[in-house]
Write a protein that binds this ligand. Structure first.
Ligand code: ATP
Ligand code: MG
Length: 576
């Protein structure tokens, strides 16, 4: 079967490698002997939030490239130059998530904050060479002097300060003599450059704020555009891969690296970030949801965070396969959530044990089955994996089936249970509905009476008798009561189609979480370990939530069985 290439509409055979132009660049560089044939990449998160599926794309790309080349390494570097939003909690969770995804940075764990002293030295060096100056315009004035996309900027009146004056001011900035915003260290490049990033960008800003690692040692902090290229250069990174919005920063990246006197210069390469429809992918918005308690936390299964996906039942293998499939391109696109769901279905189909569970139970009494009797029936654990073996499930006179599987007055296309009709119970017998009990007040069906045909048991003489439907069921006396959480998209609209002036939280879907209680699941699920994953036959894949206790399991529905995405309008997968 061909799968639509998310984002590009073309189809490729399953299992084929997706296009990844960065892979080609790195391989060509190595073949040409660039960077001494070394391949050093890095994943550089800012510890200001939890990782999401977009970060997974970057992680798979960077660690994947390193692994493809002998001696290749990928660094995990915390880009922690912004004291007010960073926190050790995030450092911890990011490391857990990268490991969970299946990647290992070995000894290559770095923090940009460890380079503060080195960065400071480079800044002084730039001042000495006349390539940086201390500006004392206010933030507003600086904005006015910067010009616009169509008009050049103007030189600041402080641009021609002498090296000595600049050095003196910069040292006093470091000593903490000035208040926030009093001065800024800027690169002296070109205020008329058509690229606004080259109009004397800020290198250091005064900020009297405690940093989670360096405490109060620094009253000023380096800008991203200064710290990032230097961190790459210090670590000997060869290929610095980032998202497309940094394309216009590349000349500045190269300038900083060149001025710092680095011999083997890292090459910045940009790719299109991953966007997923109807998913909240901005760290700021995720934080807002968590802080306003609109979700249960960073690991809420409705979030595309790695912790959320994991709690939902996603496997690292499925996420990696998804990231490989979507490929790496230069063009922005929105991928449908259904594509991600396709990959978890594929993975769990191979490995998840099949079980039976009834979400909305309807009681069935088998009138001709002996009152106190019960028997054990053989059930296959995973038809995709013979080594998973079989288990036994108890059958008795009183059972539960899914309420949806019965209709008193079935329309033509309904083939499941109805008065006078026969269905097969999975791994058990064919039963026939012979009576319906209703609540006299509401008219609601409360119980079905059925008869069973003992000859139709699997292995029995009538085992192969055909009926139109096979239903899942559990034995009432043996079942374990469970809670199930069903998830729908968190947003009722795709954020990329919403005006930025709109309040995006107005698009939160009030039906994103549906809690179902009083579910009945087969007894083998008693004591199921949080994190374990099952296929509930006919219903979908489910993962045991950490809120479970051994006798009261709680399941998250990872994804339904139906491959809804196969019916997707492929035009939706085209670039916007
Ligand atoms: P911000 O910088 O606004 O805090 P961010 O999502 O860019 O948010 P970082 O911690 O800077 O967060 O991201 C770490 C790395 O992950 C960066 O190299 C970034 O390019 C990459 N990344 C972030 N979001 C995506 C995405 N949606 N798709 C692909 N890569 C991403
Ligand atoms: Mg970023």
């Amino acid at each position: 079967m061909g799968l639509p290439r998310g984002g590009y509409g073309e189809t490729v055979p399953e299992g084929t490698s997706a296009s990844n132009f960065i892979r080609d660049i790195v391989a060509a560089d190595r073949a040409a002997g660039k960077h001494g044939r070394r391949v050093v990449t890095r994943f550089p998160p800012e510890p200001n939030g939890y990782l999401h599926i977009g970060h997974a794309k970057s992680i798979c790309l960077n660690f994947g490239l390193a692994a493809e080349h002998p001696g290749g390494v990928c660094h995990l570097r915390f880009d922690d130059t912004n004291p007010t939003t960073e926190d050790p909690e995030y450092v911890e969770s990011i490391q857990e998530d990268v490991r969970w995804l299946g990647f290992d940075w070995g000894d290559h764990l770095f923090f940009a904050s460890d380079y503060f002293e080195q960065l400071y030295t480079v800044a002084e060096h730039l001042i000495t060479k006349g390539l940086a100056y201390v500006d004392s315009l206010s933030a507003d004035e600086m904005r006015q002097y910067r010009g616009t996309l169509t008009e050049p900027g103007k030189n600041s009146p402080y641009r021609d300060r002498s090296v000595d004056e600049n050095l003196d001011l910069f040292r006093r900035m470091r000593a903490g003599e000035f208040g926030d915003g009093a001065h800024v260290l800027r690169a002296k490049i070109d205020m008329a450059s058509p690229n606004v990033n080259l109009r004397d960008p800020a290198l250091y800003r005064i900020r009297h704020a405690a940093h989670y690692r360096t405490g109060r040692a620094w009253p000023m902090y380096p800008s991203y555009d200064f710290a990032h290229p230097l961190s790459d250069a210090i670590e000997g990174v060869t290929h610095s891969i980032c998202t497309l919005e940094f394309e216009d920063h590349r000349p500045l990246y190269d300038w900083v690296v060149a001025q710092a006197g680095t011999l083997d210069r890292p090459q910045q390469i940009e790719f299109a970030r991953l966007n997923i429809s109807h998913a909240v992918m901005s760290k700021r918005k995720l934080l807002e949801l968590v802080e306003n308690k609109q979700v249960a936390g960073w690991d809420d299964p409705r979030l595309p965070t790695l912790k959320g996906l994991r709690r939902r039942g996603y496997t690292p293998e499925a996420i990696r396969a998804f990231c490989e499939h979507i490929g790496v391109y230069k063009r922005d696109a929105v991928i449908e959530m259904q594509l991600l769901e396709h990959f978890i279905r594929e993975d769990l189909n191979k490995r998840a044990a099949r079980v039976m569970g009834v979400l909305r139970p309807l009681k069935v009494v088998i009138d001709n089955y002996p009152e106190q009797a019960s028997e054990e029936l053989d059930a296959v654990n995973n038809p995709e994996d013979p080594s998973a073996g079989t288990r036994s499930i108890p059958f008795s006179r009183t059972l539960y089936i899914e309420r949806d599987d019965f209709l008193e007055q079935p329309p033509k296309e309904f083939f499941r249970l109805a008065p006078g009709r026969e269905v097969r119970l999975r791994y058990a017998y064919i039963i026939k509905c012979v009576g319906v009990t209703k609540d006299p007040r509401t008219g609601e069906v409360t119980e079905l009476h059925c008869t069973y045909d003992p000859e139709t048991k699997s292995g029995g003489p009538e085992a192969r008798r055909k009926v139109k439907a096979t239903l899942h069921w559990v034995s009432a006396a043996h079942a374990v009561e469970a809670k199930v959480r069903l998830y729908n998209p968190l947003l009722s609209a795709d954020l990329s189609s919403i005006s930025t002036n709109d309040d995006w939280t107005a698009y939160l879907n009030p039906q994103s979480l549906e809690r179902v209680t009083g579910c009945q699941v087969e007894p083998s699920l008693r004591g199921a370990v949080p994190g374990s994953r099952f296929q509930f036959e006919r219903l979908g894949y489910f993962c045991v939530d950490p809120d479970s206790s051994p006798d009261h399991p709680v399941f998250n529905r990872t994804v339904s069985l139906k491959d809804a995405w196969a019916r997707l309008d492929k035009r939706q997968l085209s670039p916007r």
